[in-house]
Write a protein that binds this ligand. Structure first.
Ligand code: 8DG
Length: 330
């Protein structure tokens, strides 16, 4: 398995500007029931019966703990603060498809909280978190054809329409037409540079750290960066006036907490890759000597990877030719 174990209970709540997305608790059941047992909410949701039996709230909450522990789904409470009290605003969830590197996003907001952008704020956060932290490349979602508000939410947070379909709606007692949506990493990453006729060259220095067993260190790009969730060689953009070696020494210290000497950085290969908004030029160095133990100081996951396993880690497209060269070297 190239990816680390997905996060499990003890789930660290995700924060947005106004809300907290946290694991549901047994004591949320009365509020959850009150909010979802509302025809205007339930009729938009495929799996929610109406009326919604009170014990179902307890069962649903218990089931979210099981699926989170299994790493198959993360259904979270969206909570806000009213004075000193925490209030339940709605729910947002992501469910992995066990067959593919895809997951499905869903959400609902209690009627009292409609019209304030709560769905976009919460669903956008979980979408970005999922692509950065789960072993997925694609998130899908759907909305009832007449649910224009939900479709607008999906578009706002980076989804693209991918077609039409039909879905069984428990509350409506049958199949209904839905609009299908899909989002990939490139749809929700950091904002792209303004498109211009001529693409600027982006100069990035990267390094393959190789340990005594011939394993290569890869780092997973954290949430908030473009291409979050893909694995890369540690490194980063050159600052003004820096040589690639200076930049690497700085980046390896900042990102991993290790010290490297210029003499230990051996130029190895480079990537030259057209991206949407820039052209990436990335010298790759090889380094076998450093001091300190590499640690992900910016919250990024790290993996020491055997050369033959490198290609099982999803990496930016620019890295693919470099991986083949590294395998030959090692
Ligand atoms: N470090 C690194 N960057 C890569 C690799 N492959 C690849 O396409 N890139 C791209 C991703 C980014 O567009 C760019 C590196 O930019 P970055 O944003 O990570 O750089 P940085 O660490 O200086 O970040 P920041 O301070 O600007 O947040 O190079 C790789 O293997 N390693």
């Amino acid at each position: 398995m190239p990816d680390p174990r997905p996060p499990t209970p003890g789930f660290e709540p995700l924060r947005t500007e106004r809300f907290r997305l946290r694991a549901l608790r047994a004591e949320d059941a009365p509020d959850l029931h009150r909010l979802v047992n509302d025809w205007d909410v339930a009729k938009m949701l495929a799996r929610v019966p109406f009326p919604y039996p009170r014990p179902l709230a307890d069962e649903f909450i218990a089931s979210t703990h099981v699926s989170m522990a299994a790493g198959s789904a993360w259904h979270l409470a969206i909570t806000g603060q009213e004075g000193e009290s925490e209030v339940l605003v709605g729910c947002v969830g992501i469910t992995r498809d066990p067959e593919s590197r895809a997951a499905e996003l869903g959400y609902w907001i209690g009627r009292r909280f409609w019209g304030h952008g709560a769905a976009s704020e919460a669903a956008g956060r979980l979408l970005r978190w999922s692509l950065a932290n789960l072993p997925i490349d694609r998130v899908v979602a759907s909305a009832l054809l007449e649910n224009a508000a939900s479709q607008a939410v999906l578009r706002r947070i980076g989804f693209r329409e991918s077609g039409m379909g039909e879905r069984e709606f428990v509350s409506l007692g049958g199949a209904r037409p839905v609009r299908l949506f899909e989002a990939r990493r490139e749809d929700v990453g950091a904002p792209a540079l303004a498109a211009s006729g001529q693409k600027p060259i982006l100069l990035v220095a990267a390094c393959a750290l190789i340990d005594a067993d011939g394993r290569v260190l890869l780092a997973r790009r954290p949430e908030g960066k473009a291409m979050a969730g893909l694995w890369e060689f540690p490194g980063g953009k050159l600052h003004a006036g820096e040589t690639p070696e200076d930049a690497l020494i700085r980046e390896l210290h900042e990102e991993l907490g290790i010290e490297v000497q210029t003499a230990c950085l051996a130029p190895f290969a480079f990537a030259s890759h057209a991206d949407a908004a820039f052209h990436l030029l990335m010298p790759l160095y090889v380094c076998r000597r450093w001091t300190g133990r590499p640690q992900g100081r910016e919250g990024q996951a790290l993996a020491w990877v055997r050369p033959e396993k490198l290609s099982t880690y999803p990496m930016p497209p620019a890295d693919v030719p470099l991986v083949a060269l590294l395998r030959d070297l090692l």
